[in-house]
Design a protein around this ligand. Sequence first.
Ligand SMILES: Cc1cc2nc3c(=O)[nH]c(=O)nc-3n(C[C@H](O)[C@H](O)[C@H](O)COP(=O)(O)OP(=O)(O)OC[C@H]3O[C@@H](n4cnc5c(N)ncnc54)[C@H](O)[C@@H]3O)c2cc1C
Length: 265
Amino acid sequence: MPPSASAPRSRREPEAGSDVGSLTTKAERVDGGFVLNGQKVFISNAHIADHVLVVCRTTKTENKHEGLTMLWVPREVEGMEIVPIETMGGRETNTLYFTDCVAPESAVLGEVDQGWTQLMAGLNVERLILAATMLGIAQRAFDDALAYAKERKQFGRPIGSFQALQHRFADLATDLEAARLMTRWVATLVDEDPDRMLPKEASMVKLFVTEVAKRTTLEGMQMMGGYGYSAEYDMERLVRTSLVSTIYGGTSEIQRTIIGKTLGL
Ligand SMILES: Cc1cc2nc3c(=O)[nH]c(=O)nc-3n(C[C@H](O)[C@H](O)[C@H](O)COP(=O)(O)OP(=O)(O)OC[C@H]3O[C@@H](n4cnc5c(N)ncnc54)[C@H](O)[C@@H]3O)c2cc1C
């Protein structure tokens, strides 16, 4: 059951998860601005942000990707309620409820009704940043596990001297280098032309690096045994951070679907 399903509110966006274009939060034009009504689920750090970026439906059209607008709404605005969602990572994300929430005309980011194009244009950078962040998490997990494997002794020798662990470290080290090269490659493409849409490359880097990060942290935990699972070491935190990375910013399944489409499938 999605976290929002248990919330005692009547306006929800239950369908607008992976299918972003089906979002229903409305912003109706009034004199000098917009009135927002609806709900957003999983809005990271809204509780500590100065503003939240809300994509809403400003014009009703047949095509669900048209008639959307980005509004830059101050956190303290009247009519917006921010309710925490408990997750494995603690207090990191929220549900937002809009009830006759008034945003001025100046809150429009970009152009009215051009929200979908603007959203798509930001995906290169969003997916690249997620990948780069997870590359750092994976590297840290690898370094911690390697240091531990060199130090921890069982059966009279360091556990890193067992071939079972050596081969896993070798595979992870290889994955990490591939992830680093891929991140650099896509970053270079974005730097060369920040306006160019890179659906295939941006999805590939997000998919590959977040999956490598998840594998690395889980393997790191396994190779550290009970200490990897205990809160005494950072590994369990790195596992929790990496697990969600294949979900947010578009799930791994959705990245594969996008890549498939770019291949003409
Ligand atoms: C901690 C956290 C923070 C987040 N922060 C933000 C944020 O700040 N802003 C924001 O807008 N969103 C945010 N999200 C939302 C996130 O982007 C969505 O959770 C994600 O896109 C998946 O949507 P969903 O959870 O509704 O899952 P669903 O879309 O319901 O998907 C459920 C499962 O079905 C699969 N699936 C769905 N459609 C298909 C398909 N066509 N083909 C194959 N498989 C499919 C998915 O891959 C997934 O495995 C956050 C989520 C989390 C967990």
